[in-house]
Structure formats: structure tokens, C-alpha cells
Design a protein around this ligand. Structure first.
Ligand SMILES: NC(=O)c1ccc[n+]([C@@H]2O[C@H](COP(=O)([O-])OP(=O)(O)OC[C@H]3O[C@@H](n4cnc5c(N)ncnc54)[C@H](OP(=O)(O)O)[C@@H]3O)[C@@H](O)[C@H]2O)c1
Length: 247
């Protein structure tokens, strides 16, 4: 087991990619705090699955876009686990519309969760990671942050912001035992993708060299690679998992 004795928090772990990451970390021996904002039932189910793997799991409800709420959650997680080794900033939302139709509320909603949320969560745990001279942070960005997308100016800007944040933090913290990386999924089969109309899905598939959407567990395994000793020489990277969509 690659992560035995490690503690982790995954934001937005109640479903989709976050759920798969939480289970992949637990399968490698980590105790996991399952963050969610509203899906308590699904989050409880994930926690039970993690416990069945023989790991500790705690529920960590917080709106990561809200700094005081995130800070409170972090204190509770640190009290339960004693320390945190691995932080996965995965929680994300979309609010798609063309820029002409995009109002300030839609811009703020996406930036608040996707970008402020990464600041809030990292800020809440980083002092303790520096103190223990060990930390692994993985931020989930997106191919959309790399290439932009029609109707997703808010989402693309948030993810490009997280990518730049990742590199800056990696430089600042490299000497303190902390590695900071990003994973940029392409189109992964989750509720976010299932909501896309069939015609658009087909058009997307046509553009993907591997001719299929990705699976959440494929992202989960990449995260394990980055946070385990397998990734010990990797920091400031943005690992693309997109079936060849961007090359
Ligand atoms: N799916 C894709 O193809 C794809 C591609 C590239 C990047 N991504 C990125 O991967 C990440 C996960 O995507 P997904 O498709 O798995 O999304 P998803 O199925 O919609 O799940 C989103 C998760 O984020 C949580 N969340 C939303 N707002 C939150 C908040 N304010 N505070 C805390 N948690 C919050 C949700 O919790 P509740 O259930 O409690 O609401 C849920 O667990 C996102 O950052 C997304 O941008 C996804």
C-alpha cells in the first residue's frame, strides 16, 4: 500500500471524480475526510465504503467557497485526524452561458467555488503542512482551462487560475516538503458530462483521439500516483488525462 498511515481530505467527494479519488486514496491505505456541501446521503455512503476498506473516514461538510465555513471544517478534520498529509482540491461547479448572457452572479458563483475554494482550503491546511514539513496538494483543473470553451468563460478562467496558482505554490513550498500538482481531466463520465445533450456528446467524441470519455477511476489513479512516493520528483505539473484531446 502506497499511502499507509497518511491522512487525506478530498473536496467534493460525494460523487463523480472526487468520489473516485477518495476511494483510490483509501484503497492505497489513506484515511479520508469526505467533503461535500449538500449531498449528505451519498457522502455517508462513500465514508462507509472507505471504512469497509479498513480505513478511517470522516464526513467534512463545508461550502469551500466560504472561507469561515472551510476554516471551521479544517479545524474539525485536524482535530479528528491529528494532522493532514494530502489535500485534493476537487470541488467544482459550472454555470454555462455565453459571455453576452453571463451575469455577475454566474461569474461569481463559479469563481467562488472553483478558484476561491482552492485558496480557502489550501490556506486552511497549509500552515500545519509546513509545520510537519510534509504535504501533498493536488488541484483538479480541466482541459477547458487550457483551451477555453464556448459558453464557459467563467469555468475556463477559474481552472486556468487554479493551474497558475498550482505552479506558484509549488515554487513557494518546494523547500518545505510540500509538492503541489494539478490534474487536468478532459471529458470524464460524471453527472457533469451526462448533462450534455447526445448530439454534443457525439461531436465531442469525434474530437477525442482515444474515441471515448474518460472514467473517474482513471483520474483517481493518477492522483494516487502524484501524491505517493511514485511522484516524488514531480511538483508544479499539470497532468492531462484527456484521451489525447489536447496535443
Ligand atoms: N466531469 C468532467 O468531465 C470534468 C472534466 C474536467 C474537470 N472536471 C473537474 O473535476 C472536478 C469534479 O467534477 P465532477 O464531474 O466529478 O463534478 P460533480 O459530479 O458535479 O461533483 C461535484 C462535487 O463538488 C461538490 N461541490 C460543489 N460545490 C461545492 C462547494 N461549494 N463546497 C464543497 N463541495 C462542493 C459536490 O458536492 P455536493 O454533492 O454536496 O453538491 C460534488 O461532490 C471539478 O472540479 C470539475 O471542474 C470535471
Amino acid at each position: 500500500m502506497k499511502l499507509k498511515g497518511r491522512t487525506a481530505l478530498v473536496t467534493g467527494a460525494s460523487r463523480g471524480i472526487g468520489r473516485a479519488i477518495a476511494l483510490a486514496l483509501a484503497a492505497e491505505g489513506a484515511d479520508v475526510a469526505v467533503n461535500y456541501v449538500s449531498s449528505e446521503g451519498p457522502a455517508k455512503e462513500i465514508a462507509e465504503q472507505i471504512q469497509k476498506l479498513g480505513r478511517r473516514a470522516i464526513l467534512a461538510r463545508a461550502d469551500v467557497g466560504d472561507f469561515p465555513d472551510t476554516f471551521r471544517m479544517a479545524q474539525e478534520v485536524l482535530k479528528e485526524f491529528g494532522h493532514l498529509d494530502i489535500l485534493i482540491n476537487n470541488a467544482g461547479v459550472t454555470s454555462d452561458m455565453t459571455f453576452v448572457k453571463m451575469d455577475h452572479a454566474s461569474w461569481r458563483k463559479v469563481l467562488a467555488v472553483n478558484l476561491d475554494g482552492v485558496f480557502n482550503c489550501t490556506k486552511a491546511f497549509i500552515d500545519q503542512m509546513i509545520k510537519q514539513n510534509y504535504g501533498r496538494v493536488v488541484n483538479i483543473t480541466s482541459v477547458i482551462g487550457q483551451i477555453g470553451n464556448f459558453g464557459q468563460a467563467n469555468y475556463a478562467a477559474s481552472k486556468a487560475g487554479v493551474a497558475a496558482f498550482t505552479k506558484s505554490l509549488a515554487k513557494e513550498l518546494a523547500g518545505k516538503g510540500i509538492r503541489v500538482n494539478a490534474v487536468a481531466p478532459g471529458f470524464i463520465e460524471t453527472e457533469m458530462i451526462e448533462a450534455i445533450p447526445e448530439k454534443v456528446r457525439q461531436r465531442l467524441l469525434d474530437q477525442i483521439p482515444l474515441k471515448r470519455f474518460g472514467r473517474a477511476d482513471e483520474v483517481g489513479r493518477a492522483v494516487v500516483y502524484l501524491v505517493s512516493s511514485d511522484g516524488d520528483y514531480i511538483t508544479g505539473a499539470e497532468l492531462s488525462i484527456n484521451g489525447g484531446l489536447l496535443m
